[in-house]
Design a protein around this ligand. Structure first.
Ligand SMILES: CC(C)(COP(=O)(O)OP(=O)(O)OC[C@H]1O[C@@H](n2cnc3c(N)ncnc32)[C@H](O)[C@@H]1OP(=O)(O)O)[C@@H](O)C(=O)NCCC(=O)NCCS
Length: 194
């Protein structure tokens, strides 16, 4: 059952999309976190150790609880399940937010990554009141590159935070772009010939 606004307030839910609930991490999530991240490709692409051990998961969970740096760490579940199928962070870098996330391999290629990134962007614009959201992909990570470009992020050469690696490509997406796309979509719906 989808969470109500009341659930959202009291159960650490950041936001929901059509199919997903994006919420805070909880202690019982450890097993799902290991199942998702103890995968060579996902671990490599999300830049976490492989094999991904119980200690790695416990340390990460502790980090998400103790975080006082303004960054948000989230777990991703289907709406009808409490099992975690992905996770990530909306990291505060100076006064801007940078997003990074993963989806468990068995759940990839179902449009969830795209749905999640659109939801995160809306959250950053509408709840965190930012005009721009930033992301990074690595030149070798074709899946990430395709996903990010399909969500209309564009490449920037001078990110407003410290560069991470020479292979990192910096991208951003703005509230103005989102609003203009929304307007075009609603015009198309009301007038299919538009
Ligand atoms: C990058 C990542 C998040 C993509 O997640 P995902 O859920 O597979 O993303 P999507 O399903 O939205 O899109 C992936 C592909 O599936 C396709 N797709 C979308 N909906 C689909 C559907 N219903 N059925 C089949 N394919 C679908 C998309 O068109 C896209 O195709 P393309 O790669 O040819 O462009 C995932 O591969 C991952 O977790 N990688 C490891 C971590 C990582 O790289 N993180 C960086 C993210 S910034």
């Amino acid at each position: 059952m989808a969470a109500s606004n009341k659930d959202t307030k009291f159960s650490g839910v950041f936001f929901q999309t059509e199919r997903l609930i994006v919420r805070k991490w909880r202690d019982p999530d450890i097993e799902d976190m290991i199942l998702g991240l103890n995968n060579e490709r996902t671990a490599h692409d999300f830049n976490v150790p492989f094999p991904y051990s119980e200690n790695d998961a416990k340390a990460y969970l502790q980090k998400t609880k103790n975080s006082k740096n303004g960054s948000l760490y989230f777990a991703v579940c289907y709406k009808n399940s409490n099992h975690v199928i992905g996770g990530g962070g909306i990291y505060l870098k100076g006064d801007v937010y940078l997003v990074g996330f993963w989806i468990k391999e068995s759940e990839q290629k179902k449009g969830l990554g795209r749905e999640l990134l659109q939801g995160v962007s809306d959250y950053v614009f509408d709840v965190l009141h930012q005009d721009v959201i930033y992301a990074i992909y690595y030149e070798w990570n074709v899946n990430s590159q395709k996903l990010i470009s399909s969500c209309h992020f564009s490449i920037i050469t001078e990110p407003p935070f410290k560069a991470q690696s020479k292979q990192a490509v910096y991208v951003c997406y703005s509230r103005a772009q989102r609003d203009s796309l929304k307007q075009k979509t609603s015009k198309k719906k009301t007038n299919p010939r538009f």
